[in-house]
Design a protein around this ligand. Structure first.
Ligand code: ISE
Length: 339
């Protein structure tokens, strides 16, 4: 049985997901797309043989939609995810699950009341081949115990109307999930810093530096630079007792011409993580069809933990001090087990 998926939001990520589902995910099709920009949704629907609407609630309730992907504005995630739970439809919500821990807990409570897993969260880095290889090497003891991590998250540019907090809730949120997943240890403390900012992007502090500490006392530096201009440069280095592990992934071809050697960066996350997005969507479809979800597909508890870490960073942005990351208080969702 082919899974009919409705995609809410036909912006950059939503249209990319709709096309990936339609062309590169087995066992599913893009049945409907929703966006307030109905002309944009209509054009995408025509391209994919789907139907278009400007009513997200109607799409969720529709009989020809079995599961939902939410790629609309972050502020809509909580309400739309709750509507999917109410309709009993599996949902993959783009990060963040919700802007506050309280809103994430509301989603978790609704899912628990539904009695089965329905919610997955789009922390795509878990499906990136380089990250999986690094985590496997770390788990195999390749460098001994991890001691320190240096993470870099640079965009060519980003929303010029967004404030400094969005660099955390919309960009660093990836690392706030990815790093505990890589290290197998939750984040317990955060400190936010910013120094000289670029004069070429003045709507927010840019770059920003976040210092994190895990429950295993591993220190992390996380640089977030959303108007770096030169390329989409996302990488992580783990420093261990006997060596380091680092991810690098520019384009696959290095050019050697005229006495020079050059490689190129991707423009943004879509080409850089194209296969990770496909694997994530495939994992969601497989889970929605069987009820058994891959461990690496983030659930609502993972969404809560990342948002709690983001809240600690924002608290430090306000206080200037290190701030503790709130505990998930055992709010481990339907599974009920820690990981
Ligand atoms: C965007 O929403 C993403 O998810 C990208 O991975 C991130 O690099 C970018 O900063 C975000 O705006």
């Amino acid at each position: 049985m082919t899974l009919n998926i409705g995609v809410i939001g036909t912006g950059v990520m939503g249209s990319d997901h709709a096309r990936t589902i339609a062309r590169r995910v087995a066992g599913a099709r893009t049945a409907a797309v929703a966006d307030l920009a109905l002309d944009r949704a209509t054009a995408l629907a025509a391209e994919l043989g789907a139907r278009a609407t400007d009513d997200a609630a109607a799409l969720i309730a529709a009989d020809d939609v079995d599961a939902v992907v939410i790629a609309s504005h972050d502020a809509t995630h909580e309400a739309l995810t709750l509507a999917c739970i109410e309709a009993g439809k599996p949902v993959l919500c783009e990060k963040p699950l919700a802007p506050t821990g309280e809103a994430c807990r509301t989603v978790l409570a609704a899912e628990r009341a539904a009695g089965r897993r329905l919610v997955s969260v789009g922390f795509t880095r878990r499906f990136d081949a380089a990250n999986v290889e690094l985590r496997d090497a770390l788990r195999a003891g390749a460098i001994g115990a991890p001691l320190m991590v240096h993470a870099i998250h640079r965009n060519m540019t980003n929303d010029p109307t967004a404030d400094s907090a969005v660099s955390i809730t919309g960009t660093a949120i990836h690392e706030l999930d990815e790093l505990p997943w890589l290290l197998g240890s939750p984040l317990v403390e955060a400190r936010w810093l910013a120094g000289r900012g670029t004069a070429r992007f003045t709507s927010r502090r840019d770059p920003q530096l976040v210092l994190l500490r895990t429950a295993d006392d591993v220190l992390v530096t996380l640089e977030v630079f959303v108007h770096a201009e030169y390329g989409y440069d996302v990488r992580v280095e783990v420093v261990g007792e006997t060596g380091t592990l680092e991810t690098r992934q520019e384009r696959l071809v290095t050019r050697n011409t005229a006495l020079s050697r050059a490689t190129a960066y991707f423009e943004d996350s879509r080409p850089r993580y194209a296969d990770a997005y496909r694997l994530e969507l495939q994992a969601f479809v497989d889970g929605a069809r069987t009820g058994e979800y891959a461990d690496d597909l983030a659930d609502a508890t993972d969404g809560l933990r990342a948002t709690l870490a983001a809240e600690a960073v924002l608290a430090s942005m306000r206080s200037g001090d290190a701030e503790a990351v709130a505990d998930d208080e055992g709010d481990l969702g339907r599974k009920g087990e820690d990981r």
